[in-house]
Design a protein around this ligand. Sequence first.
Ligand code: PMP
Length: 415
Amino acid sequence: MGTTIQTLEHNLDIAEIRRQFPVLNQQVNDKPLVYLDNAATTQKPLAVIDALKNYYQKDNANIHRGIHTLAERATADFEKTRDAVKTFIGAEYREEIIFTKGTTEGINLVAQTWGRANLKEGDEILLSAMEHHSNMVPWQMIAHEKKALIKIIPINDAGELLMDEYEQLLNSRTKLVAVVHASNALGTINPIKQIVQLAHRHGAVVLIDGAQSTSHLDIAVSDWSADFFVFSGHKVYGPTGVGVLYGKRALLEAMPPYQGGGEMIGEVRYDGFTWNELPYKFEAGTPNIADVIALKAALDFIDVLGKQNIRSYENSLLQYAYSKLEHLEGLRFIGTAKEKVSIQSFVFNDIHHQDLGIILDKEGIAIRTGHHCTQPLMGRLAITGTSRASFAVYNTIEEIDRLEAGLKKAIKLFR
Ligand code: PMP
């Protein structure tokens, strides 16, 4: 184990990567910070911070309609990110890339436009038992309005989808399957290609929540034939307030606009309007220009390191964490699927996750505790919440040793 990590560290030069993240280099409660809350949000490399600063210092202007130099520069950089995203997620056309403020907005957009136009009474929506509230509540809202039915694809105790049961649930009334690519609470990676294939056999549209997968796994929306794919900038080393909705061109073209305002229009009269072509039809108002521009720097950062390198390094961290934590008395892992991203939840029967979070913070260690916006999943697992450590490419085995020591300290305090 140790040797593998040494080699991988050498491959990726983790020390050099860490130098690109100034925030990591600080003391919290007089201890060096150990940041293990990457599933909530990743830290930002200097390239992203510099892109934001550079935009505001040199290029700030409103985009698309300006004819002056700054407006042209800002527009060009904004649209460059669209091309970068297209390549990054393997889409076919740049018009299929819609900028949103994040995963949540992307899903709401699809629910309120595609959902409102296409769902009717008696239609069925399939969601998995491990969905984030963001991929559940927007569907509950539109299903209630349209009198459509939501059905849940069950999971086993390891946190894996029961694919046979999924197949059984599909039928001619299934209009939509909305599933998470990688679970934020469990780490489970779902078999997306197979999920899409089965749904398409029944004529259902598939939305994939890529919030937790996009920084770790290869994304190939076109190859998967995914209908919709969403992710957030802030979980891929990019800024907050920016996200992406990918939609198949034909679907997006057939959908009505989401919000009305500037940019999304073709022509406006006192008695009505026509709408703009893709992708602008779905981008009403002044967008989050600076953050969209800086998102490209984040995607470039990932590309330079290489997804495969990132994945195998993070996987080694996860395996190392298993080997260190599994011996701790009373600790039970939550989420033990075979295929996982670098997220590990755990519980102690006699230590509340919130107390644990507070004790670890005193040690300078940041983890997340609670239901992780997956309350129904917590109910399915008969727990109220977990403690969750989630690893990014800048984390180290030494930090996992610190987590282990912190947990040992907490156990001593409580017993
Ligand atoms: N889905 C999953 C799986 C997530 O982990 C998150 C963020 N925790 C979201 C959706 C929502 O993302 P955002 O808050 O960036 O819109």
